[in-house]
Write a protein that binds this ligand. Sequence first.
Ligand code: GUN
Length: 290
Amino acid sequence: MSQATLIDGKAIAAELRAGIASEVAAIKAARGLVPGLHVVLVGDDPASRVYVASKEKLAAETGMNSVAHRLPADTSQADLLAKLAELNADDAVDGILVQLPLPKHLDTDAIIDAIDPAKDVDGLHPINAGRLAGGKASGENLLVPCTPLGSMLLLKRVLPSLSGLEAVVIGRSELVGRPMAQLLLQADCTVTITHSRTRDLPAVVRRADIVVAAVGRPAFVKADWIKPGATVIDVGINRMPDGKLAGDVDFAEAVTVAGAITPVPGGVGPMTIACLLRNTLTAFKARRGS
Ligand code: GUN
C-alpha cells in the first residue's frame, strides 16, 4: 500500500521563524527598532491561555518585542475598546491580536472592527477581509488570517503549481474556511466551499485535488472521500478524551490514499503562529517602511 508524503509543518514553521528572526535582527541592526506584537487575552479559557503563551514565547524567540495583555474575564466592552485604542495609538505596536473566542458578554465583531486594520495581524478586520475577497493583493503584502496563510505555504511546498486544480474547503468559518477559499482562488484553483448543508459531501470531496478540512470534528473526513493522490490539509485540532490531539481527517486510513497529507499535531498548527509572526513583520514594513 502506498503512503502519502507527510507535510512536516513543524519543520517548515521552524524554517519560517528562522527567516523571520534574521529579518528582525537585520532591522534591529540597521534601525535600532524591533517589530512589536501585542496579544490580548480576556479571561482564562485553558486552550486560549496555552495558545497565547506559545505566541508570546515564539515572538520573543524571533527577537520581536512580544507583549501579552491578560485581562480579567469580566473586562467590559468599554475597557477592552480602551485597551485597543491605546495599542492603536502606540507607534511601537505593529501587530495586535485579540485571542478568540471572547467571553460571551463581549461583542466580538465590534472589538475586531476597533483594531487598526494596519495592525490587524489576524487579518480579521473587515477592511482586510474585504481586500482579500476582492482579490486586491496576495499574502505577500496583505494581512490575511494566519491559519489559511500557513496552509497555503504548506500546499506550495508540495505542489509545483496550484493553477487549475480542484480545491474543496470543508467549513466556512470566518477564521479559516472563507479566507482559505479566497487564497486558493487567488492561486487559480477551482474552489468549492462546503458546509453542514452540502449535499453528498463525500462525492464533492472526491473531486478534489486539494482538500482542506476545517470543521472541528475528529476523523470527520474518511479515506474513501479522498481522490487517490490528492493533497490533504487538516486544519482540525480536536482534543480527544485521552488528551491526545486528532485532526478532522481519519489520518490512519487517509495516509494510504492521499498523495500528501499534514499530520495532527505537527502540520498546520505550528504554521499558524509562524504566520502570525510573518504578518507582524509584514505590518511593521508596511507601516514603518521596509
Ligand atoms: N483562536 C483560535 N485560533 C485563533 C486565531 O487564529 N486568532 C485568534 N485571534 N484567536 C484564535
